[in-house]
Structure formats: structure tokens, C-alpha cells
Design a protein around this ligand. Structure first.
Ligand SMILES: [Zn+2]
Length: 455
């Protein structure tokens, strides 16, 4: 008797256990989950009625139903709705721009998304969510007007452009080129106007520059800068590497750099110095000289550059140097500055004031100060024996900033004079030519201001 009673209790307990366990299981199972669907809309507050709006609804038990509607000041309409036969964990909806919405212009709308999941919670009716997104309809493209530009650009050289860029919801604008370089513009003279120096890198066969503006709604406008392209042939120098040079200067440099510490072979040392270290040094220069201010300027005055009194040109900008050893081409490089030589340790006195943005040793360039003259125009002074300025200094024109020397990769005492426009090395000759500056910079600024004043 006792035994059979005990048996019954055990059975009751087991059954109760299964029921309680089942209830706990169901309560926690996804079919009874209590989380409302999560509704997301990809947007930044604007819609140009071109690209579909992307809505994502996620839910643990699966989305069973959704509805997307649009509300304007005048109307309310359903854009999309669906009762899903198979509840889905993630639903992606593309809301195509509706026809009637095209009459909307720069208006504010509301997109409301409602969703219900497949949970048995709420007496089998499921969890619901409603989310409303406020969007501004903007179908108007930004406006770009080229106000003035240099008449031409020479391969390896610089040019100036002034333009107007306006949009109610402007996101970004810049100058796009055919060679993967973006130039930024600086606010100029009056609101909505911008100015930029641009450059045609020596390594590029072709040149094309376009002002591109995009707004928050994704509308894009492009305006081509009409420049006459002047091709220019630069010298190709075939240089034979002599053992004397490899065992001398190169061995000496190889001792200095980390990259060549364990390299014994002279040609390998030369390749690393001429390619790897040069690229590293130039990357640093490009990074420092790519910056441009966002402050409005009302003018940009630049004097003819002539950093070294009685400096004789000993190597030109743009020389394409090909290095041979025992008749094999082993390495090459572009000389992206102008080499000027005078007496040893001559005073370097730039004709334009500026801010010192770098004043340190830089590998092949030796001791190297860099000045920023504004508008992304920089000058660089390589191989100096000493530097008299510090980073952050503002120097007046004709200041003795450094003295020539042969630090870095230099054979004799000389100045490697570099001019850069937003990180691109350009022909110093142009900036050393008063007439070129007048025609391509000063006159363009003057005539652009006249146009702006009439605007
Ligand atoms: Zn040089």
C-alpha cells in the first residue's frame, strides 16, 4: 500500500514537473517572447526621392506584419504593407519613391513604420512597434559656378580657381581630379565663394579637374574647370652608379637608416634608400603639406620666390632619374624640387612670410624646414646645415630661416627648394616668375572679386 502510494506521488511530481517546466519553457521560448520588433530606417534626415528608402525590421519570433506610410501636410498614404505567410527574423524593405511625391518640393514629410511579430504573447496577438521618421525632401542639386580660373595649367605646375558653391543642405564640396587626388577649397571674400590652388603632378600624363558638390539628400552636381592644358617634357637622366659612390655616400647613408642596417649589398642599399626611404620621407612631406585652412580669406598675395641670393640652378624640377648598374636599370626616381647652389652655408631667406609647419631632419632631405604661405601653398628647404626656426613659428618675409648644407642625400652644399600645393610637388619656376604669378594668381583673384561684387 505504502509502496504504491509513493509510486503515485512520484508520478504526480513528475507530471507537475513536466507541466511547470513546459510553462517555464514556453514563457521563455521565442513563440512567447515579449520584445517588440526593432524598426530601423537608413537616413540622415533627407531624401532626394531618387534612391529607395531602406527599412529593416528585426524580431526574435519573426515579423508577421508591417505597414509603411507617408504623411505630408496635405495627405497621408500607405506606401507598403504585407502580411507575411512565413514570419521572418529580418525583413528588408525598399521603399521606392512614389510618383505623387514628386510634386513635393523641399517639404517635410513623416515616414511611419508599423510592425507586429509572430509571438503568442498578448493573447496570441503578438508584440507591435510603431516608429516615425521625420525627413526633408530635397530634390535640388547644389549649384556650382566657376567664377574665375588661371587660363592654363602646365604639366607639373599650378593653377588657381575661384567658384561659387551653394545648397540649402550642403554636405561637402571639393575638387576631384583624373588622378585620384582631391583638392579642398577655402572660403573666399564673400559667403558662398571659395578659392583653391590646384596642381598637375609631374607623374600624371593627363589632367582634369572638376568641382563636385553633394548635399545631405545625396544630390550631386559637377562643374568642370576649363583649363588649357600645356604639356611639358621633362628631362630623363640615365645615371650610372659608380662603385665609388656606392661605397662612399650610399654606405654612409646606409649606416644611418634602420631600413638598411642588415643589408650588405650596395645595390640593395641604394634601392632601399632611393625607393623605400624616399617614399617614407615624401609621405611625411605630403601629409604635412596637404592641409588647408577653413578660414575665410579676402586676398592671397604672394611675392616672386627667390630663396637663395645668387643661387645657381644645379638640378631641375621634374628630372626623371634612371639609375643603372652594369647596364641594368636598378632604380628610378623623380626629382621634385629645384636644386640651387651658392657658397657653402649660404643664408636661406624666403621672400614670403609664413608659418613653420615642420623643422626637423627628414631622411634623404636632411634638415628640412617647411613653411605654409596660406591657401595650401608650401615651400620646403632641404639639405640644410642648420635651421633657425621652430615648428609653430610665424616668420616674416626675408627672415634667415636656415643655411644651406649637404645633410641627407646630397653630394655637395646646395638647397633643395620644393614648392607644394596641397601635398603635390609643383614647378618652383612658376612661383619664381613674377609674370606667371601676376597672370595666374593675382589677376584671377582681382577679376574674380569683380565678378563676385557684381553678383
Ligand atoms: Zn634636390
Amino acid at each position: 500500500m505504502k509502496n504504491s502510494n509513493n509510486g503515485l506521488y512520484v508520478k504526480i511530481f513528475l507530471v507537475l514537473g513536466v507541466i511547470i517546466g513546459g510553462v517555464i519553457y514556453l514563457f521563455n521560448a521565442s513563440i512567447f517572447e515579449r520584445n517588440a520588433p526593432i524598426i530601423k530606417l537608413e537616413h540622415n534626415g533627407f531624401w532626394n526621392l531618387k534612391e529607395p528608402l531602406k527599412v529593416t525590421i528585426e524580431d526574435q519570433s519573426g515579423v508577421k506584419f508591417y505597414k509603411v506610410s507617408l504623411k505630408t501636410a496635405k495627405e497621408e498614404k500607405i506606401l507598403n504593407h504585407e502580411q507575411l505567410m512565413e514570419p521572418s527574423g529580418v525583413v528588408n524593405i525598399n521603399i521606392e519613391p512614389i510618383k505623387s511625391a514628386h510634386s513635393l518640393k523641399n517639404t517635410n514629410i513623416e515616414i511611419t513604420v508599423e510592425a507586429t511579430d509572430a509571438s503568442k504573447w498578448h493573447f496570441f496577438s503578438g508584440n507591435s512597434a510603431v516608429k516615425t521618421f521625420a525627413l526633408t525632401i530635397d530634390k535640388t542639386k547644389p549649384l556650382i559656378n566657376i567664377i574665375g580660373n588661371s587660363y592654363k595649367i602646365t604639366k607639373g605646375g599650378s593653377a588657381l580657381v575661384v567658384f561659387k558653391a551653394t545648397d540649402e543642405n550642403m554636405k561637402d564640396f571639393y575638387i576631384e581630379t583624373s588622378f585620384n587626388k582631391i583638392f579642398k577649397a577655402q572660403p573666399f571674400y564673400k559667403e558662398g565663394f571659395y578659392i583653391a590652388l590646384i596642381a598637375w603632378p609631374i607623374t600624371q600624363q593627363d589632367f582634369k579637374a572638376t568641382v563636385v558638390a553633394t548635399d545631405m539628400a545625396g544630390n550631386v552636381f559637377k562643374s568642370y574647370i576649363p583649363l588649357y592644358l600645356q604639356d611639358k617634357t621633362y628631362k630623363i637622366s640615365n645615371i650610372t652608379l659608380e662603385d665609388k659612390f656606392l661605397k662612399g655616400k650610399i654606405a654612409e647613408l646606409a649606416d644611418e637608416f634602420d631600413e638598411t642596417q642588415s643589408v650588405e649589398n650596395s645595390i640593395e642599399q641604394f634601392k632601399i634608400i632611393n625607393e623605400t626611404i624616399r617614399a617614407k620621407n615624401e609621405d611625411l612631406i605630403h601629409e604635412i603639406t596637404s592641409k588647408i585652412s577653413t578660414q575665410m580669406i579676402s586676398d592671397f598675395k604672394i611675392e616672386k620666390m627667390y630663396p637663395l641670393v645668387n643661387g645657381q640652378v644645379v638640378a631641375n624640377f621634374g628630372d626623371h632619374r634612371k639609375y643603372f648598374y652594369e647596364e641594368n636599370l636598378v632604380s628610378e626616381a623623380y626629382h621634385v624640387g629645384l636644386d640651387l647652389a651658392s657658397n657653402a652655408m649660404s643664408q636661406i631667406k624666403p621672400q614670403n612670410g609664413g608659418n613653420v609647419v615642420y623643422s626637423d631632419f627628414n631622411g634623404l632631405y636632411g634638415n628640412m624646414p617647411i613653411l605654409h604661405h596660406g591657401l595650401g601653398l608650401y615651400t620646403l628647404y632641404g639639405h640644410c646645415s642648420s635651421i633657425n626656426v621652430n615648428r609653430g613659428d610665424a616668420v616674416a618675409k626675408n627672415t634667415h630661416i636656415a643655411s644651406t648644407g649637404k645633410s641627407g642625400y646630397a653630394m655637395g652644399d646646395h638647397l633643395h627648394f620644393g614648392v607644394l600645393v596641397q601635398g603635390v610637388e609643383v614647378r618652383p619656376e612658376e612661383w619664381m616668375d613674377e609674370q606667371w604669378i601676376q597672370l595666374n594668381v593675382t589677376d584671377v583673384i582681382k577679376s574674380s572679386k569683380e565678378v563676385i561684387d557684381r553678383n
